[in-house]
Design a protein. Structure first.
Length: 229
């Protein structure tokens, strides 16, 4: 998450339509085997979760109907939250995956696209089994260093051992979903510096560019208009 990108003010207007456009949701949806409408619904669920978290951080009472996962079991939900924050952690620039509502985004996708459920549930189970094999604990019970060690085995396909091939496939799938959820959220769009359509005033070609082209302002003033037949 680069430090040299501009940060949007909290009240910057970013419509859902703008989000669909800037993040190229149509090809994203195609790559995930779903539709733009599903991605839009998932974004809405993530945004509601983010609003809930902001209210809680401000000391406000939780609003009725706080998000409860519809697909993930309690243990899976905890694992998804931990894993997504390891993929995109909170840093000095912006919040992390859970701050952006990525787990809620994933939960919505799983409900709408049952064909993805086996890969998700099986992958989370593989992660626990691998963690238990190496450290005799489930993934969420490991230290952060141990969690990172497990992920290092599957995060880089070209150097992964054949015995963890299923984990490699799952982690690539999970990482793609995490990125999709994060960068289609308000937090994610602020992170990449998206500011939407804004009015700007054109003051002409910069002097440095004119000089490089060997063009002077006087030449621009005396240019012959193009005659159109």
């Amino acid at each position: 998450m680069s430090e040299d990108l501009p940060v949007l003010p909290e009240d910057a207007g970013i419509s859902r339509r703008d989000a669909l456009s800037i993040m190229a949701i149509v090809p994203l949806a195609a790559s995930l085997g779903t539709t733009p409408e599903v991605i839009e619904g998932a974004m809405r669920a993530a945004e509601q979760a983010q609003q809930q978290q902001q209210a809680a951080a401000a000391g406000q009472k939780p609003t009725p109907g706080a998000y409860a996962p519809k697909y993930f079991t309690p243990h899976e939900w905890r694992t998804v939250r931990v894993l997504s924050d390891l993929v995109i952690p909170r840093d000095a620039r912006s919040g992390g995956a859970t701050d952006a509502g990525v787990p809620e985004f994933m939960d919505f996708i799983m409900i709408d696209r049952p064909q993805m459920q086996m890969q998700m549930r099986g992958g989370l189970r593989w992660l626990d089994n691998r963690s238990n094999t190496r450290f005799t604990k489930r993934f969420v019970e490991l230290t952060k260093a141990q969690q990172t060690s497990v992920l290092d085995e599957i995060a880089f396909p070209q150097r992964a051992a054949p015995e963890v091939s299923h984990g490699v496939t799952f982690f690539s799938f999970f990482r793609d979903l995490t990125a999709a959820g994060f960068f289609s959220s308000r937090i994610g769009m602020r992170d990449i510096g998206y500011i939407g359509n804004q009015y700007t005033q054109w003051n002409g070609c910069p002097p440095a560019a004119l000089q490089r082209l060997g063009v002077t302002e006087d030449m621009m003033k005396t240019r012959i208009p193009i005659q159109r037949g």
